[in-house]
Ligand binder design. Structure first.
Ligand code: NDP
Length: 280
């Protein structure tokens, strides 16, 4: 039986660290130094609205002041970009997040590019050609922390990432490389995907297809991290077929309760770092 990597428990530990960090910042530099986060949600998608609510609650629990801005579905791209410009220029705003996805008439690329890198709490603007991963993309940073907390050393290991999105797959590969792993990145055009996944010591799956990776695609004793979050009949399901993969893996993350809560905790880590940068 594989050891479960408990994202909830690790996230609780990370949140306690952030709460301590926020309190220390306020006690050293005063109330003005308190971390804050402006969370923008556009439209009425219930999942996005719920996620923003949860993120705002996480902020409150860790001494970060949240401000939620809810905009209607019909908000124009121009209006949203102008609002972000104003928030970028506002000295009191330390961190900005815009919940994805946004309605189709708004370009996600333009939106993410509009958020100033020194306020980009999601870490999406962490540059691939830079070693400055201090404010790192939250999901890959969450995965790295989970591996570390579970005693998995990636240096010298063969890590296979399935998925190459700008917010998960690519920054994941970079963070693994920065930690001396040997990295293979697979995507929808990869031939013989299973040939690659079967060679992984650490397999990280971020594809967006329910139960996509099955037991026959995994090496005995591998560490398997399931980033996927899909919904079937309203229930969350990962990209890994837990039932067939778990018996072969040495360690595995569950869905729910794996990478998800850790990604949210990663946001708080970034919010604290952004606030610290303002005063230190
Ligand atoms: P994207 O849709 O942006 O990217 C999916 C990637 O999977 C693409 O690179 C795509 O390849 C690749 N892919 C698609 N089909 C195949 C295939 N048949 N074989 C191999 N590769 C394939 O998704 P994201 O990266 O944004 O998210 C991935 C998953 O992670 C989703 O389920 C999402 O909900 C979840 N997620 C979870 C988070 C959490 O906190 N737990 C946070 C962020 C995401 P190509 O580039 O060639 O199209």
């Amino acid at each position: 039986m594989a050891q479960l990597i408990d994202g909830k428990a690790i996230a609780a530990k990370v949140m306690a660290e952030v709460a301590e960090g926020s309190a220390a910042l306020v006690s050293e530099f005063g109330e003005e130094a308190r971390p804050n986060m402006t969370l923008i949600v556009v439209g009425s998608d219930p999942v996005s609205k719920r996620l923003v609510e949860l993120k705002a609650k996480d902020c409150e629990k860790t001494g970060i002041t949240p401000t939620v801005i809810a905009l209607s579905e019909s908000t124009s791209e121009e209006k949203l970009l102008r609002m972000i410009e104003r928030l970028n220029a506002d000295e009191d705003v330390k961190a900005i997040l815009c919940q994805l996805p946004v309605p189709e008439h708004i370009s996600t690329k333009k939106l993410l590019a509009a958020i100033a890198p020194d306020k980009d709490v999601d870490g999406f603007s962490a540059r691939i050609d830079s070693d400055d991963y201090d404010i790192a993309a939250c999901t890959p940073a969450a995965v790295m922390r989970m591996l570390k907390e579970s005693g998995v050393e990636v240096a010298g290991k063969h890590c296979v990432v399935v998925g190459r999105s700008n917010i998960v797959g690519k920054p994941m590969a970079i963070q693994l490389l920065l930690n001396d792993a040997t990295v293979t990145v697979c995507h929808s055009k990869t031939a013989d995907l299973a040939e690659h996944t079967k060679r992984a010591d650490v397999l990280i799956v971020a594809v967006g297809r329910p139960r996509f990776v099955t037991g026959d695609m995994v090496k005995e004793g591998a560490v398997v991290i399931d980033v996927g979050m899909n919904y079937i009949d309203g229930k969350p399901v990962g990209d890994v077929d837990f039932e067939s993969v778990e018996p072969k893996a040495a360690m595995i993350t569950p869905v729910p309760g794996g990478v998800g809560p850790m990604t949210r905790a990663g946001l708080l880590v970034n919010a604290l770092k952004l606030a610290e940068r303002k005063v230190k």
